[in-house]
Design a binder for this molecule. Structure first.
Ligand SMILES: NC(=O)c1ccc[n+]([C@@H]2O[C@H](COP(=O)([O-])OP(=O)(O)OC[C@H]3O[C@@H](n4cnc5c(N)ncnc54)[C@H](OP(=O)(O)O)[C@@H]3O)[C@@H](O)[C@H]2O)c1
Length: 296
């Protein structure tokens, strides 16, 4: 699997494994988490996406138990996590309203808690989870710079930011922002034409694409789009999920899909995306079906 250069000291695998749903379902004990990590590693997937809030603030700890049981894992992987959302569940069950907190105090506390939960001494990439309409960009930028200086965090980025949110935070920081994690898939193509992809392509900042299977909708739906995905899959001897991922991988903007399945067999089928070399016409065939109309 190709590697995507993030900066001089950090690379991500071309496909990332996301842990939002790690606490879902019944099969989520330490052994199951270790099995998923090891299967990912066998496919060349070395980058894992977390957030403090995943699993109602419990998913980092589940991941951390696996890392504690097998200490050899940490050096083989890159860990991304996020902070900034305070929702009334788990450790924040008592807050009166869901809110965003990008204050230095909150970011510092969140990073310390993520390090402890995951049994690690540094986070490879820390993301601000959502643009905060109450953000003091100088304070947030200073907090992120200080975390990099301390060694607790290797690099920083954002998630769900528009280009103007990115520019604002970047203007309050010394270090560079390296990535934006946004929703992008055949189910959600707006970013290809609303300036979001263009901004990061120009900036040479790789995009992490969340819900690349539309959160499962692309797998269960039946439409002109899914028929096309199946046809293309048949030609390449892969399933629909691999076509959805290949649609993102083939784009010139350095898009890194984050798969979210909890199912071991599906991790393998999604990784088959690397077998598909998608050309421009096939890409447009899918894009057109996703738009529901011919391009102008
Ligand atoms: N930054 C953000 O705001 C943000 C937001 C959302 C997600 N994320 C990140 O992106 C990652 C991926 O998101 P996602 O989980 O929504 O990604 P996804 O890969 O689009 O969707 C995964 C879902 O699709 C289902 N699925 C996969 N293959 C299927 C099939 N053949 N038939 C039926 N269902 C199928 C999975 O169920 P099974 O588990 O049963 O396979 C799972 O529920 C997350 O883990 C997280 O790291 C970030």
């Amino acid at each position: 699997m190709n590697r995507i250069k993030i900066n001089d000291t950090l690379e991500f695998s071309q496909i990332i494994y996301g842990m939002w749903r790690l606490a879902d379902g019944e099969n989520n004990g330490v052994k199951s988490v270790k099995d998923k990590i090891n299967l990912c590693l066998e496919q060349g997937i070395t980058t894992f996406d977390q957030a403090d809030i995943y699993g109602d603030y419990s998913a980092e700890e589940m991941f951390g138990l696996a890392l504690k049981e097998d200490k050899s894992l940490r050096n083989k992987i890159e860990i991304v996590t996020k902070c900034g959302i305070v929702a009334p569940c788990g450790k924040y069950a008592d807050v009166p309203v869901k809110y965003y907190d990008t204050s230095k105090k909150h970011i510092d506390a969140s990073v310390n808690s993520s390090l402890k939960n995951m049994n690690i001494d540094h986070i490879d990439m820390l993301l601000i989870h959502r643009p905060d309409p109450y953000m003091d960009h100088n304070e947030t930028g200073h907090a992120l710079d200080a975390l990099i200086k301390s060694g607790k965090v290797g690099a920083v980025g954002v998630s769900n930011f528009k280009p103007y949110d990115w520019e604002l935070l970047q203007s309050g920081m010394v270090n560079k922002l390296y990535t934006n994690q946004i929703e992008l898939s055949l189910q959600s193509v707006d970013a290809f034409s609303n300036g979001d992809v263009a901004f990061h392509q120009k900036n040479a900042s790789p995009i992490m694409a969340w819900s690349p299977l539309g959160g499962g909708k692309l797998m269960t739906g039946n439409s002109e789009l899914t028929e096309k995905m199946d046809q293309i899959g048949l030609q390449h001897n892969v399933d629909r999920s691999a076509v959805a991922i290949s649609f993102l991988l083939s784009h010139p903007a350095n898009i890194i899909p984050i798969m979210g399945t909890n199912n071991i067999d599906r991790i393998l089928r999604i990784s088959d995306a690397l077998k598909v070399k998608m050309d421009r016409i096939t890409w447009f065939d899918l894009y057109t079906a996703a738009l529901g109309r011919e391009v102008a």
